[in-house]
Design a binder for this molecule. Structure first.
Ligand code: CA
Length: 243
């Protein structure tokens, strides 16, 4: 785990070749209590990442010397450090490739610092501790998944899920505060043979969400899983554990 700087500021590595964007981001994030280190290309990004092991990496995909995905894969070879992609609006395929290579989330340029900061806080919460209790149960608000009993309850009431819906929900709960692409969900739940059959995912996720909504009349879990059009699904971040 990365240590925090002496002042308590969270160390972030900002990888962006556009100097104006980089400077503005560093200024805004520093003002919000982050300790920002900058890199303008992939080679420097990897050098600084090795030297510093920051708590989080903000990564532009279009770098002058190498594809940002190469930087991401190198980081993922030996660390689970959260990585948030800074994506251009027309780079949909590259964004999905990055998410499937282990990026945690993305923001699309131009984005507000508030939006970026919300993403940063969410992925840092995800990285901050185990989501399951000693019995392997995962709680999100009023929803509890018990993988041993293969049962999901909301306020103690069993939600009647099919085995496939249960598996889908398990993938979502393992990705709190992150994006799950449709392709990743498809491979995890249906296997390689179903590559490209994204409508399966859509149909089953819709049924799962309807069952959760029916058992949650107060709507507390409404934003547990939200569709990210053309990409997949965004899973709500875990609550900060008490204590
Ligand atoms: Ca760029």
């Amino acid at each position: 785990m990365s240590g925090q700087a002496p002042g308590g500021a969270v160390p972030i590595l900002l990888v962006e070749d556009d100097e104006a964007t980089r400077t503005a981001l560093r200024r805004d994030l520093s003002a919000r209590g982050f300790d920002v280190e900058e890199a303008a290309d992939g080679r420097n990004a990897l050098r600084r990442w090795e030297a510093r092991r920051p708590a989080l990496v903000l990564l532009d995909l279009g770098l002058p010397d190498m594809d940002g995905v190469v930087v991401l894969r190198r980081i993922r070879r030996d660390a689970t450090t959260p990585v948030v992609i800074l994506s251009a609006r027309d780079a949909e395929a590259a964004k999905i490739e990055a998410l499937e290579s282990g990026a945690d989330d993305y923001v699309t340029k131009p984005f507000s610092t508030g939006e970026l900061q919300a993403r940063i806080r969410a992925v840092l919460r995800r990285a901050s501790g185990p989501a399951a209790d000693a019995g392997g149960r995962i709680a999100v608000g009023a929803l509890v998944m018990d993988p041993l009993a293969h049962r999901v309850t909301i306020r103690g009431e069993v939600v009647p899920l099919t085995p496939r819906e249960f598996e889908i929900l398990a993938v979502f709960l393992a990705h709190q505060g992150r994006l799950v692409t449709s392709g990743r969900l498809l491979r995890a739940v249906w296997g390689q043979a179903y590559q490209g059959e994204h409508h399966y995912v859509h149909v089953h996720v819709s049924k799962l969400r309807r069952k959760i909504a029916a058992a949650d009349p107060a709507g507390e879990l409404r934003d547990l899983v939200t569709a990210e059009p053309g990409v997949g699904y965004r899973v709500r971040a875990a609550e900060t554990p008490p204590g």
